[in-house]
Design a protein around this ligand. Structure first.
Ligand code: GLN
Length: 480
């Protein structure tokens, strides 16, 4: 077995069944890869060999007894460090939760466990998932495995980098305004933001509750489909997890795309879009047309307002969610001579600069004098953006756009200018506000070798269409 076999969910299953490798050997292969590569990447914050080997042994025992294997048997996965894992440090890449050890597994994690996955560890991210470059981590940035001087994107940068570098077969990330799709694009892997309510957030540390979603990263559409199929579905512990049946996403990957209507909104191809990215995405759309899709030109007139709307609503919700870190119940406590001083010092030392900026912005837009002018207005514009999607889906089955306006930028390049960083979210935040599912699909590389991706949106709970298009595109380009 070569050190860098590109394992997939399916190839692991057949290798385990053929007994050419055991789940334990596979886990050990991944830990050696991590040992070699992680020091340069900083993708993992915490490793979990004990749990991984226990899970692997369970699978090996099942194989020995000839039992039917669960859907993700032996698949080595990584979990973003904002998702709770029982007995395993969950820091949110913040000093605030440096030593926090959750007493329970998030529902998505528990479902992966039951599906036979092997947990390698917890991945680095922007602090509390706030950022688009992974440079806001209290534990140092992640380096893009494709070009080490570049960012992996964010906030789920560690999960994207781990999958891209072959340090996990799949990973969980979270997407509030683009945090799965944009790092997937920067690292050249597949990333899925499910419909709002598709995957339980029980055990996810909240950032902006009306926008947060958990979703998978993988190297291909079928693997992402397999993981989503496991984690999706109703959950009594999360009232926002919809009681909508989970279709067979893997089956969707083999459906022909002929006749699908794909909308291409001119509003996503205007100024600010890198020319090479534009060319690649247009070429990808042309390929989908060759495969039988029908291109329909669309207008989504409220796209221009999405960044402002998102950064008002997300910061407002963040300021409220993060009020719980007061040094009293869990997390960091910096003692002071009075209660107020304790609160102040805890929050001063526990939070990094971007988190503080968002708490201040969010508190401002919610304050009595500005609520109507900012928060309320943003809520109204959110409805208009959602309506752009509803109208579009009257005419098309899916919408295709670039995922990000540029390929991965250099570490440090946008750090001094938060607004520039926010503007890079232009194509992802629209779908987040509308609550529709989206996927980022690699569609080539720039001349400098940097990955480029297209983004596809579908109507709520139509993730199957995303996998169908993603797989068709993969087959079209790889001849597979
Ligand atoms: N880049 C966006 C932000 O900084 C998205 C973050 C996310 O999806 N968690 O808010």
């Amino acid at each position: 077995m070569t050190a860098m076999t590109a394992w997939t969910v399916a190839s692991i299953r057949s290798a385990l069944q053929a007994k050419t490798i055991s789940a334990r050997e596979l886990a050990s292969e991944f830990f050696s890869r991590i040992e070699r590569r992680n020091p340069a990447l900083n993708a993992y914050l915490t490793l979990s060999p004990e749990r991984a080997y226990a899970q692997a042994e369970r699978i090996d025992a099942a194989i020995a007894k000839g039992e039917t294997l669960p859907p993700l048997a032996g698949v080595p996965v990584a979990i973003k460090d904002v998702i709770s894992t029982r007995g395993l440090r969950t820091t949110c890449a913040s000093k605030m939760l440096e030593n926090y050890i959750p007493p329970y597994d998030a529902t998505a994690v528990e479902r992966l466990d039951q599906a036979g996955a092997v947990f390698l560890g917890k991945t680095n991210c922007d602090e509390f998932a706030m950022g688009g470059s992974n440079e806001n981590s209290a534990y140092g940035p992640v380096h893009n495995p494709v070009a080490l001087d570049r960012v992996p994107g964010g906030s789920s940068g560690g999960s994207a980098a781990a999958v891209a570098a072959g340090l996990a077969v799949a990973a969980l990330g979270t997407d509030t305004g683009g945090s799965i799709r944009q790092p997937a694009s920067f690292c050249g892997v597949t990333g899925v933001m499910p419909t709002y309510g598709r995957v339980s957030r029980y055990g996810l540390v909240a950032f902006a509750s009306s926008l947060d979603k958990i979703g998978p990263f993988a190297t291909n559409a079928a693997d992402a489909a397999a993981v989503l199929g496991v984690i999706a579905g109703h959950d009594g512990n999360d009232s926002t997890a919809a009681a909508v049946p989970v279709p067979d996403y893997l089956a969707a990957t083999s459906k022909p795309v002929e006749g699908l209507r794909i909308g291409v909104p001119g509003d996503y191809f205007g100024p600010g879009l890198d020319l090479e990215v534009k060319e690649k995405v247009q070429a990808a759309i042309a390929l989908l047309e060759q495969l039988g899709c029908r291109r329909i030109v669309l207008q989504m007139p409220h796209t221009d307002y999405a960044i402002a709307t998102y950064y008002i609503l997300a910061t407002a919700e963040a300021s409220s969610n993060l009020a719980r870190y007061d040094g009293v119940r869990y997390g960091l406590r910096v003692p002071g001579s009075t209660l107020t001083q304790m609160y102040r010092q805890t929050r001063e030392r526990g939070f990094g600069p971007e988190v503080k900026r968002r708490i201040m912005l969010g508190t401002y837009v919610l304050s009595a004098g500005y609520y109507d002018a900012y928060y309320l207005r943003a809520q109204r514009v959110r409805s208009l953006i959602a309506r752009d999607f509803t109208d579009a889906f009257q005419k098309v089955d899916a919408i295709v756009t670039p995922t990000a306006p540029t390929p991965a930028f250099r570490l440090g390049e946008k750090l001094s200018d938060p607004l520039q960083m926010y503007l890079a979210d232009i194509y992802t935040v629209t779908g987040s506000l509308a609550g529709v599912p989206g996927i980022s699909i690699p569609c080539g590389k720039t001349k400098a070798g940097l990955p480029v991706s297209m983004q596809v949106f579908a109507p709520p709970f139509s993730e199957g269409t995303l996998f169908q298009l993603a797989r068709a595109y993969e087959s079209g380009t790889l001849g597979a």
